[in-house]
Design a protein. Structure first.
Length: 347
């Protein structure tokens, strides 16, 4: 069992700087920390101090205090963080203001990244009504969780007052029935925000041949495209200092409508290379980091000697991007899974 204990740190805007202030020690599951990070980040962004780190590449200008700016800081917001296969989805849904979603593994499409869109009152109020109807104030999170249990955290807050933040965490299969309508409406709000891509990497993969011989090295061409409106930074899969295997191939042999359990194969760095394209928006590769401008693409070639037996095969290529801690907030981390068309291996 894992006890839900952690120390929270709040980003509190001031007139001249953003200060880190420890506010309390609260009993909550680690997924809640990610949900809280998003809500606290919005508090800083909405203050105008760090607007460039998430929403725009332009340097923000100080805003004079006014009634309207005070009103901005008093907006209610909802937090949702849910485990998904391979990662999580975290969202801060703000009433009548820019809202944020981060996805770190495939969620309905072959892409990961950050999304930003203004959420109108109609969308927000539908979620808020369902949260109120769940008797949220009386919901109680379990005291302990199994270490591998996928969880979901959700809650609410108001403006930059951290004392208003309330969160509950449950196992994905153990969410109280009366809270499920809120999860459905919040999913619609997340889908709404995801229609506006801010920093998002989308990927495709295809085998280099429709047919291979048993003696051929199997080849895959991977293309990554920044489909967001802002530049993104990702970890370089060819960087020798990466603490994790950057690329793996999950390979299954097909027999009619059945497939064998996938064999996971690591791709070594000498089996991976960049494909140079004659385009004006070439990716900027600097050691451990790759930077892609909006609409720019990056292609890589995997050549792996597998010496497979004859048959039809299906492959999924998984890329693992580690957190680069970019100062401008442009980094994307997570696992991107790319499904290739099946290919044939002949004698």
């Amino acid at each position: 069992m894992v006890r839900r204990t952690s120390t929270l740190t709040s980003l509190v805007p001031s007139a001249t700087a953003t200060k880190l202030v420890a506010i309390s020690t609260i009993d909550f599951h680690s997924m809640a920390a990610i949900a809280l990070r998003h809500s606290l980040f919005w508090l800083v962004v909405s203050s105008g101090i760090l607007a460039g780190s998430y929403g725009t590449s332009q340097t923000p200008k100080p805003k004079p205090k006014s009634q309207s700016s005070t009103k901005e800081m008093d907006r209610p917001y909802l937090m949702i963080n849910s485990a998904i296969p391979g990662g999580f989805v975290a969202a801060t849904i703000v009433k009548d203001a820019d809202s944020f979603v981060e996805v770190t593994a495939n969620l309905g499409s072959q892409e990961i990244g950050k999304y930003k869109r203004k959420v109108e009152s109609l969308v927000y109020d539908a979620c808020d009504r369902d949260l109120q109807s769940s008797d949220f104030a009386n919901l109680k999170s379990p005291d302990t969780f199994e270490p591998t249990m996928p969880t979901i955290t959700f809650g609410r807050g108001i403006g930059n007052d951290v004392s208003t933040i309330q969160m509950r965490t449950f196992g994905l299969r153990d969410v109280p029935e009366k809270a499920r309508p809120f999860l459905e409406s919040s999913k619609k709000a997340i889908d709404y925000v995801r229609q506006s891509k801010l920093r998002v990497i989308q990927g495709t993969v295809q085998s280099t041949q429709a047919k291979f011989s048993t003696q051929d090295a199997i080849g895959f061409e991977i293309t990554l495209t920044n489909v967001g409106s802002e530049a993104v930074s990702i970890s370089n899969p060819l960087n020798g200092e990466s603490p994790v295997t950057a690329v793996v191939v999950a390979l299954s042999k097909l027999a009619g409508n059945e497939a064998s359990p996938p064999e996971v194969i690591e791709v070594r760095k000498n089996e991976l290379r960049f494909i140079q394209r004659d385009t004006p928006d070439q990716p900027q590769v600097a050691g451990a980091k790759i930077r892609l401008l909006a609409e720019a693409s990056l292609s890589m070639l995997v050549k792996k000697p597998l010496y497979l037996k004859p048959g039809q095969y299906r492959a999924t290529v998984v890329l693992h991007f580690v957190n680069m801690d970019s100062k401008d907030g442009s980094e994307i981390s997570g696992k991107l899974s790319l499904q290739a068309e099946s290919f044939l291996v002949e004698q």
